[in-house]
Design a binder for this molecule. Structure first.
Ligand code: AMP
Length: 365
């Protein structure tokens, strides 16, 4: 399909802050957006020209939505496969169903990364409580049990420590899971990158992430890793994007494991692949020549990718729950740019906005 012309409509499944920032980027490029989400209070509705409020299993609503848009994308990886099956024959869905199918299940995702030759945490499938006992016998303790599907922001995870009662741990998740050995990482980094319709690939500079209570707290750019490690991280993301025949922005979260006396080089372990714009790429909004949101819109419209050059040393902080109450102080701060998502209730753990600070040189650490 040829490139979409300005004035055409991008359909977005999901109505959270990622869809909201995608819709704003699309508007900047003269495109229209239509948001499809089940929640009538979706933050993205406020900035899009059209909306459909319906469940993801509503075939009639999906079909009408497809008729009103020129391309379909999504802001989250838990779009049901059945919804994609309804949409794919009607309109291009980018990234496609295969990227979604592999990345929405932690087990298939890890197998996929391993099959490409990349290191992952040691892992084993856990179908039931008996399976957990076998997996613990294989991987040892401590280990982390994660649901195969629908995990995010540290949700759907439980620790297996010395003395943990395995039946209790399994019941706390109560569904098909994966057990992972604990990776002794020094840092967590991510590659946010885009692949265009013609296979062109561009990565933003690798960023470093700090989590607080399972939720991303801070992203720093550049990451404090060796140039060889940065190049390897980007090569991993590219190989993943190529293998998925990916179109759009994706994020690959990696653990950086420090070298040892015998093996001095840092090593990279693939943790997660997100088939979408990602929280660790929010710094690009104001911190890079093209934001991840614009880059994604460019890619799914069949347009050339933009420059990923960064403007300085960057610190992005999420505003979680009541932290967003600091908005007036942040507005008063020179060099801080505030982004609020327009969510009604500042519930604990809820991402309400973020603030990006761009420093003109490398003194931001
Ligand atoms: P995830 O939802 O898989 O990204 O996990 C959330 C966070 O938990 C990660 O960003 C890490 O800080 C930590 N974590 C997850 N898996 C592992 C692991 N196998 N080893 C060590 N830490 C982990």
């Amino acid at each position: 399909m040829a490139a979409l012309a300005p004035g055409k409509t991008v359909g977005i499944l999901g109505g959270g802050q990622l869809a909201r920032m995608l819709a704003m980027a699309a508007a900047n490029l003269g495109l229209k957006t239509h948001i499809y989400a089940p929640d009538p209070d979706s933050p993205a509705f406020a900035v899009a020209g059209a909306r459909t409020v319906a469940r993801y299993d509503d075939e009639a609503a999906l079909t009408s939505f497809a008729a009103l848009v020129d391309v379909v994308t999504y802001e989250f990886e838990n779009v049901p496969a059945e919804a994609i099956a309804v949409l794919e024959p009607l309109r291009p869905v980018r990234p496609g169903g295969r990227a979604l199918a592999i990345t929405q299940d932690r087990l298939t995702e890890k197998q996929f990364a391993r099959d490409l030759g990349f290191a992952t945490a040691p892992f084993a499938e856990v179908a039931d409580a008996g399976g957990l006992a076998r997996a613990v016998a294989q991987l040892g303790r401590p280990a982390i049990l994660k649901t195969r599907r629908f995990g995010y922001d540290g949700k759907g995870q439980a620790s297996v420590r010395e003395g943990s009662d395995l039946a209790v741990v399994f019941r706390s998740l109560g569904q098909a899971s994966i057990l992972e050995g604990v990776v002794p990482f020094a840092r967590e980094v991510s590659v946010v990158a885009a692949r265009a319709l013609d296979g062109a690939f561009r990565a933003f500079p690798v960023c470093e992430n700090e989590h607080e209570g399972g939720i991303l707290g801070v992203t720093r750019v550049p990451a404090a890793i060796r140039p060889e490690t940065e190049a390897e991280a980007v090569a991993i993301a590219r190989a993943i994007a190529d293998a998925l025949d990916y179109v759009g922005v994706l994020a690959v979260e990696l653990f950086v494991v420090p070298g040892t006396a015998e093996r001095p080089a840092e090593t990279l372990v693939v943790n997660e692949i997100a088939p979408r714009v990602h929280n660790s790429g929010h710094w690009t909004l104001g911190g890079a020549a093209t934001s991840q949101f614009e880059q994604h819109i460019r890619a799914v419209c069949g347009w050339p990718l933009g420059s990923t050059r960064r403007f300085g040393s960057i610190l992005m902080r999420n505003l979680i729950g009541a932290e967003a109450d600091e908005w007036a102080d942040i507005l008063a701060e020179e060099g801080a740019s505030l982004h609020l998502y327009g969510k009604a209730g500042a519930l604990p753990g809820r991402k309400m906005g973020h603030v990006t600070r761009v420093l003109p040189d490398e003194t931001g650490r």
